[in-house]
Design a protein around this ligand. Sequence first.
Ligand SMILES: [Zn+2]
Length: 385
Amino acid sequence: MINRELRSIGKALPASARAHNRSVVLQQLFGSGPGSRAELARTTGLTRVTVSAVVEELSAEGFVTDLGLAQSEPGKVGKKATLVGLSDQHWQLASISLTNEGVLTGAILTLTGEVVHRHSEAGRLPAGQTGLDALTEFCRRVVQTADHRILGVGVSSPGIVSPDGVVEEAPNRGWHDLPLARDLTDALGVPVLVANDANCAALGEFTFGGADGSGLLRLVIGYGVGAGLVSGGVLLRGGRDAAGEIGHVTVVDERDDDEVLGAPIMCACGRRGCLETLLATPALRRAMAGLDTDEARQRHLRAVGQRLGRVLAPVVATLNITELVVSGPDDLLRGPLLAETRATIIARTLPRSHRALSVGVSRLGDEGALRGAAVLVLSDRLGIA
Ligand SMILES: [Zn+2]
């Protein structure tokens, strides 16, 4: 089992022994599925008496439930044990993603992270307060479709987001120092957790996408470009919550005379030649539309892949990244672009740094941020992730 206890998202880890015991039992059931009380005692290191008390308490609150007798193991005689598992009969989670420009997505999930209802509404979220009001109403509509009580709502938002859910900077939304988590909590009457979308995607990849999280760089390519980092099973926030903001690193400068990429392009941030001006989905689509031949398109994608590789090589070397997982326009990422990114990273780092590196497209795709937003709730409310 992968130990997923050490998450540094949301609030601090539970301090009291009782909260700790609850969290390790829930974590075990989340990570490994149903088990008997004896198995729970063995895998968590708690005493059987403690496990029984914790299970009784969690059962009374509707978080776990008895699932009947275990199948007896072949060749083993004796009394069959009752299996305990996470309950899907009392609580659900809601998650909301603002990652994709022009569409709001939401989901209702079980405690095990299974999506039971999906929501998608087209339309661009207006800037400022009007956008906040529209978002609040969307959240309300999603929450209303729950079949059970809502444990919390996780929101994946663009921009730089503090651990307590203040969107410090989201220029595309016109949000600055917006206490989004607090405002939505007040409006909806349930706890709301907010995190940066690339961080949510990284958490989603770690918890639901099969990433082992020892050295994960999750690159999100959409309207902008961002990254979420998980190292040693812990989300890296950085000194000012802005770890992974690589979209505005300059990759084409004035001195460059790149025959494929041309002169540096003006970026939304006011500077020229940022990674986003090459790699964001609209930029890639625009470039593809302006090229006549398949050969020219392939050459362009290789050139973009190389610039991405140059940005990522020092990150891979510094953090010993072993999993580079990307989501974005699949048709453009698979093939020359990511192949060139990989080749560039390998050319620019020691074998020791890149030997274990895997480069690939996320299996969760756009759903990663939505699943990751659910992880925020599981982590904050139950200490599991
Ligand atoms: Zn920029």
